[in-house]
Design a protein around this ligand. Structure first.
Ligand code: URA
Length: 425
């Protein structure tokens, strides 16, 4: 096969054959196709797209470059959730043990944050002793003892995607729906889950800024999962404002524990319960009500088992940032807007996120909100508190928040509904 012919086919708006896709993905992973050639192909795909058959072939070819996990030895169905990422999106933390408490196994391979969105592993690593890297045997043992495991994907899972994603990141080719969908789904299918619920975020704090693009991504991913034999559904959910009140690693762990204790912000509780119901439905597990399992302590028990099984201390003291700064409400009225991207960017600049993959994060850094859009507020009352390890970080965080919130007379702010739409095969 000739790589230039593959590039030219896509450049000229042709469809790549199954053989061309299989070959180019394999050869790139083995180092036989150069980065500049693959980046040219990725740009041609970004500009000219791929049809459903090509995307499915691309996804399967990436899966074939690594191992595919198998949980068929377990005595109950498996279910997983993937979020396309947002600000304050800590849902996996209460959701995984909740679904385990209701009778499905949750084998979740997660990622770290990059840019203004947080990563589940960074959040969990703020718990003293908790370990993200597990062998396959350890994963199985945590699953058996706790019902849920959340850990880092090993290097053997879809290695083509690891290499290609790093290349897309530096060549302006991340924002292609076929490439995003195949990247996410190759890892989720290789993870071996029997069913999957996708939480596709929409709004300023998300990858997909509008409902039409989010719907296209969701539809593409649901088709990929379904074609691969994974029962897959997607919800489009709001990311025009942050989820919950806490944004930042340890701050979000504390909020998740509140939810597991039967409290917590209403939007986090509502989305956690809705996603749990979808996961249990997709897995064919019935008989337990997730809302009940949050109230009766069984989800909390599963959380404690899951954290302990990965070396963490569920009663350990979470890290706190050394410095805080409170922002007050500029006027009295209704908080009509609190922009997810602005808050996410502020948390990132406070130290909660990283600029490069190898950077460390500050576990205690982030933003605590004291009001959400729609709330009545008074001039001078605390609107949010910034947390950072050094006061020098506050100025750039304040700059990120300029224009990110508004107080007005309207009592009905124009917000996206928390759950916008459900997408099925
Ligand atoms: N997350 C992924 O895993 N891949 C993408 O391409 C985008 C987001």
């Amino acid at each position: 096969m000739d790589v230039i012919e593959v590039i030219v086919t896509k450049r000229d708006q042709g469809a790549l054959s199954t053989e061309q896709i299989d070959w180019v993905i394999g050869a790139y992973t083995r180092g036989e196709v150069a980065d500049e050639q693959m980046s040219s192909l990725a740009m041609a795909i970004l500009l000219n797209g791929m049809d459903r058959r090509e995307i499915a072939d691309w996804t399967q070819a990436m899966i074939r470059t690594g191992e595919r996990m198998d949980w068929s030895m377990l005595d109950r169905p498996t279910a997983d959730k993937h979020s396309t990422g947002g600000v304050g999106d800590k849902i996996t933390l209460p959701l995984a043990p909740l679904v385990a408490a209701c009778g499905a196994y949750v084998p979740q391979l997660s990622g770290r944050g990059l840019g203004h969105t947080g990563g589940t592993l960074d959040k969990l690593e703020s718990i003293p002793g908790w370990r993200a890297s597990l062998s396959n045997e350890e994963m199985l043992s945590v699953l058996r003892s706790a019902g849920a495991v959340v850990c880092a994907a090993g290097s053997g899972l879809a290695p083509a995607d690891k290499k290609l994603y790093a290349l897309r990141d530096v060549t302006g080719t991340v924002e292609s729906i076929p490439l995003i969908a195949s990247s996410i789904m190759s890892k989720k299918i290789a993870e071996g889950t029997g069913s999957l619920v996708l939480d596709v975020k929409v709004g300023s704090g998300a990858f997909m800024k509008d409902v039409a693009h989010a719907r296209e991504l969701a539809t593409t991913m649901v088709a990929l999962g379904t074609d691969a034999g994974v029962r897959t559904v997607a919800l489009l959910t709001a990311m025009d404002r942050p989820l919950g009140l806490a944004v930042g690693n340890a701050l979000e762990v504390a909020e998740s524990v509140e939810v597991l204790a039967g409290g917590g912000p209403s939007d986090v509780v509502e989305l956690t319960v809705r996603l749990a119901r979808e996961m249990l439905d997709a897995a064919g597990v019935s008989g337990r009500d997730p809302a009940e399992a949050l109230k009766d302590g069984s989800a909390m028990d599963a959380w404690r088992r899951m954290i302990s099984a990965q070396g963490g201390d569920p009663d350990g003291v979470l890290p706190r940032a050394a410095e805080t700064m409170t922002i007050s409400c500029p006027a009295s009225g209704v908080l009509t807007r609190l922009d997810a991207y602005g808050v996410g960017l502020a948390a990132w600049r406070l130290g909660a996120g990283r600029a490069r993959k190898e950077d460390p994060v500050s576990f205690g850094a982030g933003v605590m909100l004291h009001a959400k859009p729609g709330d009545l507020v008074r001039e001078g009352q605390p609107l949010m508190t910034l947390h950072a390890d050094e006061t020098a970080r506050f100025d750039r965080a304040l700059a990120a928040l300029e224009g990110a919130y508004e107080v007005g007379p309207a009592s009905d702010p124009a917000l996206l509904p928390l759950v916008i739409e459900r997408v099925t095969a």
